[in-house]
Design a protein around this ligand. Sequence first.
Ligand SMILES: *Cc1c(COP(=O)(O)O)cnc(C)c1O
Length: 231
Amino acid sequence: MRKEEITENLNRVHERIVTSCVSCARDPGEVTLLAVSKTRPAQDLRLAFEAGQRDFGENYLQEALEKQVALADLAIIWHFIGPLQSNKTRAVAEHFHWMHSVDRLKIAQRLSAQRPRDMPPLNLCLQVNIDGEASKSGVAPHEAGALAEAVAQLPNLRLRGLMAIPAPRQTAEERQQPFLALASLLAQLRERLPDQPLDTLSMGMSGDMEAAIPCGATVVRIGTDIFGRRE
Ligand SMILES: *Cc1c(COP(=O)(O)O)cnc(C)c1O
């Protein structure tokens, strides 16, 4: 049964979060589990919601909007975590609570301008290309400070922190390197922008969550280990 499967998977992921937190003396309440539901049918999200899951991450705008219609009866917290073209910002501004993948000022400016006035500010993370990979989106680490400063000037947004998708690595120790780098970048931003609510490190996926948590992850983005392998 799909319902039991998803419920058990969620329980196992929660246990892993608790175990990781205990091993590094962190409070498990500081780590939010974001269920990454790209390519999954709306029914899978509904089953996860019934099992207590509230935060869902989507990568593809059109697919996400369709699920939002199908799941309009549920109090889901929607996170956009994929790449976004600037001509598609309006739907994110109007239909999401969080946006994790801002990597240039133009996107942030449009999100701010298009955020409806009767909604709370859009929570925003800057995506950092932490390993400097040519193929990946994200602001370069040395440019993150200037981007954060400019984004912090915009109304209708709350600059919450940083997100990264590191390159794969072999060992547990190597996997911590990029997460430590992202955490230290966030610490620098906090000094530079003391008035901003910079409390979020969105890092760690199914394969590297145990490396991200000791480095300070506050949001782990888990797809495969909740919903199974994607096609
Ligand atoms: C797909 C995706 C995830 C989840 O990856 P899994 O390995 O399936 O846990 C997390 N973050 C982003 C940005 C993704 O695109």
